[in-house]
Design a protein around this ligand. Structure first.
Ligand SMILES: [Zn+2]
Length: 275
């Protein structure tokens, strides 16, 4: 049984500030150790639930946050920059289930470190009218390949937003937000226990789960921060300008919808940095 695990970082218990998850300072090092423990807890739970092969796709920042030899389950590790399918690189129809670990709430939500892909570009994203974070967007790729998304771990906002688009997904809430930069975190060892238990349940039930149920044609609406970002994003194939700061991507091919979105994020990165 083959499992695809996409790991972000802001949804880790104990991480509440960018300094703990961006850059190379001592706080980021400590944050990466907390993340590794949560990823490993999910892998151990998945294996207890019947997984025999794990692929971890590092989806955060420079996408090389984990020590390859420290990852449990002798998992393969997809890491590094410029991955064409970004947070979902490596998924294909041979997988039996997808796990999202250490995910965070969408940009408009109150939860810690909330954002949707690029916090300087995206103000809100909606799929078929429902506000979504990264889990919902990434689930387009899982749906395209017919693979169920069975687990999300992270803050409450991330878990609730994921369940809104993927009914029945198992969720391990490891922290409750207090503000965007404060949370009440489970103790790391308790967070790992919860992730392990929930991953086991999720993976042992994966054979009965269906892929994310998106009605097609899927419509993705994206509000961006300014008109320059919207203009450049509209140069991407599949991205329509729906208003001064509004973009729309529509289609039956869910992978194309995701590709158009990911390309727009990449293309507008340098503009988004300009205040
Ligand atoms: Zn993220």
């Amino acid at each position: 049984m083959k499992i695809f695990l996409s790991s972000d970082m802001e949804g880790t218990a104990g991480i509440v500030d960018w300094e703990q998850c961006v850059g190379d300072g001592p706080q980021a090092d400590a944050g990466r150790r907390l993340l590794l423990d949560e990823v490993n807890a999910a892998i151990e739970g998945a294996m207890a639930g019947g997984a025999t092969e794990i692929v971890v796709n590092d989806s955060h920042y420079q996408m090389r946050n984990l020590p390859p030899g420290g990852i449990a389950g002798q998992a393969s590790y997809i890491s590094g920059s410029h991955k064409p399918l970004y947070m979902m690189q490596g998924l294909d129809p041979t997988f039996d289930a997808v796990l999202f670990v250490s995910y965070h709430g969408s940009v408009g939500g109150p939860a810690g470190l909330s954002h949707t892909y690029n916090p300087r570009a995206v103000v809100e994203a909606r799929i078929n009218g429902t506000v979504t974070g990264e889990a919902g967007i990434n689930a387009l790729v899982a749906a395209h390949h017919g693979v169920p998304v069975v687990l999300v771990t992270g803050d409450r906002c991330a878990c609730e937003e994921t369940a809104a688009l993927i009914p029945g997904v198992h969720a391990a809430v490891v922290k409750e937000h207090v503000s965007r930069l404060a949370a009440r975190n489970l103790h790391p060892s308790r967070a790992c226990e919860l992730i392990r238990e929930t991953a086991q349940k999720a993976v042992s039930g994966a054979a009965a789960a269906g892929p994310p149920p998106f009605a097609t044609p899927v419509t993705m609406d994206i509000s961006v921060r300014n008109t320059d970002i919207a203009e450049a994003a509209s140069w991407v194939r599949g991205v329509e300008r729906a208003g001064p700061r509004e973009l729309r991507i529509e289609g039956h091919d869910l992978l194309s919808v995701y590709r158009s979105f990911a390309s727009a994020i990449l293309l507008t990165r340098s503009i988004a940095e300009t205040i």
